[in-house]
Design a protein around this ligand. Structure first.
Ligand SMILES: Nc1nc2c(ncn2[C@@H]2O[C@H](COP(=O)(O)OP(=O)(O)O)[C@@H](O)[C@H]2O)c(=O)[nH]1
Ligand SMILES: [Mg+2]
Length: 265
């Protein structure tokens, strides 16, 4: 089979038909297209290098923007190594630990791709799903795509009370935004670059998810609302022993942010 992904897609389209191929996320990537992958990183020495390898294995032209949130483990060394190893990797450092939201804000500033996707630096989400995630935007059906761990793909069976917390937060967010999302707290969010770079984001920590959701949903003066699509994604959650950091406190902060960003920008 052809080594070039677009030639391979064309061959498979001949074999299986265009519709069947599109169902499974096989389609030609437009010439000149670039995806910006923004990766916030805080103490992820165990997962980082392999995560970057998995991102690089996705056959979509891309750049990787890694933002080190003042990690205290070997993360900075690994980042320096990765920057040397790959031409399409750029690393930025926060002056002190400021949280995922602040790291993302820094990362978004440096994006030059057509679309921007958020990628955590662990293995909970699978980069192999990027083609499926960007498809609604490439088809010009959406401006924003949100992954959902609760509509059909496989997931690791883990913390029950987390899933309850998740449903509560998503439901409250939906009440405020009138979006019918099923997984507001998901990491996988894809934006046209103009959409995310045009947002004035403020949350430094895990308030990012409700804030960005409220800002996606908000009416924009004289312009149509952003078109949002949801795509099923798999989820291989990690345990606290494996490095998961989000906790109760972050849940309450998300709760506050849902109402805070519903009421005002
Ligand atoms: N917990 C935490 N994560 C951060 C921070 N800054 C950046 N991150 C990154 O944000 C992402 C999400 O963190 P994670 O602990 O996996 O959260 P969870 O998977 O939602 O529980 C990871 O890539 C972290 O490395 C921070 O200050 N705290
Ligand atoms: Mg994670």
């Amino acid at each position: 089979m052809a080594a070039d992904p677009n030639t391979r897609a064309a061959l498979l389209e001949q074999l299986l038909g265009v519709n069947a191929c599109r169902q499974i996320g096989i389609y030609p990537i437009p010439p000149g297209f670039k995806l910006s992958v923004v990766i916030p990183v805080y103490n992820e020495e165990r997962w980082l290098a392999e995560l970057v390898r998995r991102v690089q294995a996705v056959e979509i032209p891309k750049e990787l923007i890694l933002v080190n949130d003042f990690s205290k483990d070997r993360t900075p060394e690994i980042l320096a190594q990765l920057e040397k190893q790959y031409d399409n990797v750029r690393v930025f450092h926060q002056p002190r630990n400021m949280g995922k939201g602040a790291a993302l804000r820094e990362g978004f500033k440096h994006c030059t791709g057509d679309l921007v996707i958020v990628q955590d630096a662990d293995w909970e989400y699978n980069p192999a799903e990027y083609p499926k995630l960007i498809q609604p935007i490439l088809d010009d059906k959406a401006d924003v795509v949100i992954g959902s761990r609760f509509i059909g793909e496989s997931h690791r069976v883990l913390y029950y009370w987390h899933s309850v917390g998740n449903k509560v937060l998503t439901t409250l967010s939906n009440w405020c935004t009138n979006l019918n999302l099923t997984d507001m707290e998901t990491c996988y969010k894809v934006f046209r670059r103009e959409v995310i770079q045009g947002m004035n984001l403020k949350s430094n920590r895990f308030g990012f998810e409700p804030e960005v959701t409220a800002k996606i949903a908000r009416k924009r003066a004289g312009k149509p609302r952003w078109r949002v699509f949801e795509v099923p994604i798999s989820y291989s959650g990690r345990t606290y022993e494996e490095g998961k950091k989000i906790g109760m406190k972050d849940g309450f902060q998300a709760l506050y942010c849902i109402f805070r960003y519903w009421l005002a920008d």
